[in-house]
Design a protein around this ligand. Structure first.
Ligand code: ZN
Length: 236
C-alpha cells in the first residue's frame, strides 16, 4: 500500500503549487461599467441656489395727506426764508410748508385752502408769501440764507442746501399730483420768476437765483428749470 500510494501521488509541486501562475485575465481588475453605450453623460449643471428677490428701492417720504386739504389751487411758488435753518413762528405764518436745513418738512400755520380765494380776507388769515399773487398760490419755503447777499454773491451763515432743494422738489411733486397742477414755469416757479413769468411786480426778490452748491447756475430761469426738472423726476 505504501508503495502504491507513493506511485500515485501527484508531484508535490502540482499538488500544492508553490507559486501558482494564475491567468493574467483572472488577475485583471474589472473594467468600468458604463451605463448606456459607453457614452459619458455630461456633468449636470449645478443646482441653482435661489437668491432672495432684490429689495425694492426705498420710496421717498410722501407729504402727509392731512396737510393737503381739498381746494382749487393754481400754482406753487418757491421761496427761501432769508432766515436760519429752523422754521420760526413768523416763517410758519407766511408759508404753507417749510423745508428745514436737514430736509425735515414743517407745516405752516395757515391751511392751503386759506389761499384758495383771498378776496377781502385780512392778511393774517392766509399765508401771505408773494406780493399780489397769493390767491390760488401754495407757498413753500426753504429755511436758509440769513444774511445772504445777491451781488457779490454770498450765501451767508446758512446757505441753502441741495438736500433742501431736492426735498422741496419732492414735496412740490406731491402737491402737483394732489391739486392737479401741471409743471410749467408759470405754475411751478420761484419767487424770483413771478415778475418775469407772470408779470406781477415784486420788490427785488431774488429767491431763488443762486444755488450755493452749484455756482454755474445763475438767474431765475436757470434755477427754476433745475427745480422743475427735479419735480418732474419726483413725479415718477
Ligand atoms: Zn420769497
Amino acid at each position: 500500500m505504501s508503495f502504491l500510494r507513493s506511485m500515485f501521488r501527484w508531484p508535490s509541486k502540482v499538488e500544492t503549487p508553490a507559486s501558482p501562475s494564475k491567468s493574467p485575465v483572472g488577475e485583471r481588475a474589472p473594467l468600468p461599467q458604463f451605463a448606456n453605450d459607453d457614452v459619458v453623460k455630461p456633468i449636470p449643471e449645478p443646482v441653482a441656489i435661489p437668491t432672495p428677490a432684490p429689495e425694492p428701492a426705498p420710496t421717498r417720504a410722501r407729504l402727509d395727506p392731512a396737510w393737503m386739504p381739498p381746494a382749487s389751487m393754481n400754482r406753487i411758488i418757491l421761496h427761501w426764508t432769508a432766515g436760519g435753518y429752523r422754521a420760526t413762528n413768523l416763517d410758519r405764518s407766511h408759508y404753507h410748508l417749510l423745508v428745514e436745513g436737514d430736509g425735515v418738512v414743517v407745516r405752516g400755520v395757515r391751511s392751503i385752502k386759506a389761499n384758495e380765494r383771498i378776496g377781502s380776507k385780512s392778511a393774517d388769515s392766509y399765508a401771505a408769501h408773494t406780493l399780489g399773487c397769493n390767491t390760488g398760490s401754495i407757498g413753500i419755503s426753504m429755511c436758509s440764507m440769513v444774511g445772504a447777499i445777491e451781488v457779490p454773491f454770498s450765501a451767508g451763515k446758512c446757505p441753502l442746501t441741495e438736500v433742501q432743494w431736492q426735498r422741496a422738489a419732492e414735496v412740490v411733486a406731491d402737491l402737483c399730483k394732489f391739486y392737479g397742477i401741471a409743471i410749467s414755469d408759470k405754475t411751478v416757479l420761484s419767487h424770483a420768476e413771478v415778475q418775469p413769468n407772470l408779470g406781477i411786480k415784486q420788490k427785488g426778490k431774488w429767491d431763488i437765483t443762486r444755488l450755493p452748491w452749484n455756482p454755474a447756475l445763475k438767474g431765475p430761469a436757470a434755477c427754476g428749470n433745475d427745480f422743475r426738472r427735479r419735480v418732474k423726476e419726483a413725479m415718477l
